[in-house]
Design a protein around this ligand. Structure first.
Ligand code: SF4
Length: 295
């Protein structure tokens, strides 16, 4: 294999299951970058409606969401283990005592094999990490910490409201507590070049995270980037430039880091561009072809 696919990582974490399927859930939390704690405007590419099917389920308990959504997943994949995936917003943005109330019933659910939790590096205080480490003794806990780029100038420009060093320290503290860490990176943020993408891959490799999601920058409606794009303030990568960058990043990341994804997913009605962002099979074919030339 030219890279380590995410399914191989899942097979190691969940050796008793032939297959694992993610079940997206909402933990009912918001985000410090949206509620005014850090900013009201959020990351410049962010529209939770575009990347989570459960963005609007904040008022439904996690157990009720499982009851509503699990039967169709089980019907499609009867033998698969289920990874509960707290996806939209920031799923550790609450006191540890409240997080315990949200996560414990899910952890104890007989159909749930483990939990993946999407969050930000500045929402992982010591007591939260201690809670996650305690849960990890019961079933595997995967902490997805968003980064997007290791370039601090870009992090400021896209209004992430945290630095690379905050991400690095959060990952190190999570690792010290025995937790599995994965991350998200965006390829093609305004002002970045192939050298920036490779520098981000190298920084992630050095931190030894378990898996990475790579996305092309895709513009969705209702975001600050949509306005900047409409004003022609930057250009999107071409399909070819994106695949070249993804292949080079995967080459730098090496086979110790699994690749969870390298295409984007947004509902058609929300996607402004690029039109090929969700063309998963075409992207995979091209990236694999480029990777094979690097051997
Ligand atoms: S941290 Fe996540 S939820 Fe919060 S503004 Fe950024 S992308 Fe949106």
């Amino acid at each position: 294999m030219l890279y380590t696919p995410y399914r191989d990582f899942l097979a190691k974490v969940f050796p008793t299951y032939a297959k694992i399927r993610k079940l997206p859930l909402s933990g009912g939390m918001t985000c410090p970058n949206l509620d005014g704690t850090k900013s009201f405007s959020g990351c410049s590419y962010c529209n939770n409606k575009s990347f989570s099917p459960v963005w609007d389920l904040a008022k439904v308990s996690a157990l009720d969401q499982i009851e509503q959504r699990l039967p169709s997943l089980k019907a499609k994949h009867p033998k698969a283990g289920v990874l509960a995936y707290f996806q939209p917003y920031t799923n550790t943005y609450a006191p540890a005592s409240h997080l315990k109330e949200i996560f414990t019933p899910v952890l104890n659910h007989s159909d749930i094999a483990g939990i993946a939790i999407g969050t930000r590096p500045d929402c992982l205080p010591d007591d939260t990490i201690a809670l996650l480490a305690e849960m990890n003794l019961v079933k595997p806990i995967i902490v997805e910490v968003g980064l997007q780029t290791s370039n601090d100038k870009t992090l400021v420009a896209i209004n992430r409201k945290h630095s690379f060093i905050e991400f690095k320290e959060a990952v190190e503290r999570l690792h010290k507590a025995g937790l599995i860490v994965t991350t998200h990176l965006i390829i093609g943020l305004p002002g970045e070049t192939l050298e920036d993408f490779k520098a981000t891959a190298k920084a992630i490799k050095d931190l030894n995270v378990a898996a990475v999601k790579l996305h092309p920058l895709h513009i969705v409606c209702g975001t600050a980037l949509a306005k900047e794009y409409a004003n022609a303030e930057f250009e999107l990568l071409s399909f070819e430039a994106y695949c070249e960058a993804a292949a080079q990043m995967i080459h730098v990341l090496g086979k110790d880091i699994a690749i969870e994804r390298f295409s984007g997913e947004s509902p058609d009605e929300m996607l402004i561009g690029p039109s090929w962002a969700g063309d998963r099979e075409r992207i995979i074919r091209e990236v694999e072809k480029l990777l094979s030339l690097m051997l």
